[in-house]
Design a binder for this molecule. Structure first.
Ligand code: F6R
Length: 330
């Protein structure tokens, strides 16, 4: 495998601060329906779906709901704005959810490069993002767009988010390939278990998905403190697993207790684990840094395994079968 693919992927992640800030500008400029919106439902799956998780975490205190499926939940009324995120605009689940929303008379805004989503909604209701990327590499730009859009909807100033993006940029200037050697050597022959909590939930979800898609590696996600009530009883066959914990500088005392117990327990039984910790001035900055760290970790593992972080094998096999169930276009 040419080393260029790893360098290209690495460069996309280390340049992600620009994608966040330019996306945010575009979202702030978007046209929104002129009625008061109390809540937002973000629909989308996979790389596009994580955008919903990230903005929901960043907009703590606002009603931002995330639904990763082919429908609109029955309890969502027409007072909600549906934000449909699909990089390709061709994903069957998202298209079905959007056509259901339109049939129910709901307002929908899309974030996409176009595709059938733009046909369904009309170009003017889609905020376009740069084309030519794999959806998962466009997450910073799509997140920026969604963030800017939600700022406009809820009347929130984007200044502190843009400050977090600048903090991310400074952080990424100091990250080196060698920082990941230790963790990758232990992870290469083990199933990854990604554990996180609260505002870092999207970082755990992102790491799981990026290990799957970029490194073609088995990875699962578990959430604290729920894991304390089931997951930990299954902590047997420890040598098969590698536990990756996204730790926060802002951890609640109960969550800290649970994480501290987890590492003592694993460490005392020969379990392999790694705690991702970053310095950050705010929860938002911490989340953006932990996401970028997770992305770089997945690229480092892809390099170690000699797999291409840009290509996919199984998702393209399944997509056409799912597409048969999407809305019909003439
Ligand atoms: C591919 C990727 C996938 C897609 C998913 C949905 O890079 O990350 O998880 O995001 O298959 O496709 P889109 O994003 O086009 O709706």
């Amino acid at each position: 495998m040419s080393s260029n693919v790893y360098e290209d992927a690495w460069r996309l992640v280390t340049g992600s601060s620009t994608m966040y800030s330019e996306g945010c500008k575009r979202g702030l400029e978007a046209k929104i329906p002129n009625y008061s919106i109390e809540r937002v439902l973000v629909v989308g799956v996979g790389g596009s779906g994580i955008v919903g998780d990230i903005v929901a975490a960043l907009f703590d205190g606002y009603e931002v709901l995330v639904h990763k499926s082919f429908d609109i939940p029955a309890y969502i009324g027409s007072d909600a704005l549906v934000v449909a995120v699909s990089y390709s605009g061709e994903t069957a689940e998202t298209l079905r959810a959007v056509s259901q929303a339109l049939n129910r008379g709901m307002a929908v805004v899309g974030i996409s490069t176009g595709g059938r989503l733009a046909k369904l909604l009309g170009e003017e209701r889609v905020i376009s993002v740069s084309s030519g990327l794999e959806p998962r590499f466009a997450v910073p730009e799509m997140t920026g767009v969604a963030y800017g859009l939600l700022c406009k909807i809820f009347g929130v100033d984007a200044v502190s988010f843009l400050e977090s993006v600048r903090e991310l940029e400074r952080y990424l200037q100091g990250v080196k390939v060698e920082d990941f050697t230790h963790i990758v050597e232990r992870l290469v022959n083990r199933v990854a278990v990604c554990i996180s909590h609260g505002h870092l939930r999207p970082a755990g979800l992102r790491l799981k998905a990026q290990l799957n898609e970029n490194a073609k590696h088995p990875a699962y996600y578990v959430e604290m403190p729920e894991a304390c009530h089931n997951e930990i009883e299954g902590w047997t066959y420890l040598s098969n697993f590698y536990y990756i914990l996204h730790r926060s500088r802002f951890e609640d005392v109960v969550v800290k207790e649970a994480f501290d117990w987890a590492v003592e327990h694993l460490g005392g039984r020969g379990g392999e684990y790694f705690e991702i910790v970053v310095d950050a001035s705010s929860r938002a900055a911490e989340l953006l840094k932990q996401i970028a760290y997770s992305d770089l970790l997945s690229i480092s593992l892809a390099r170690r395994k000699g797999v291409n972080p840009f290509t996919l094998t199984n998702i393209p096999l399944l997509r056409p079968r799912l597409r048969r169930h999407g809305p019909k276009f003439s």
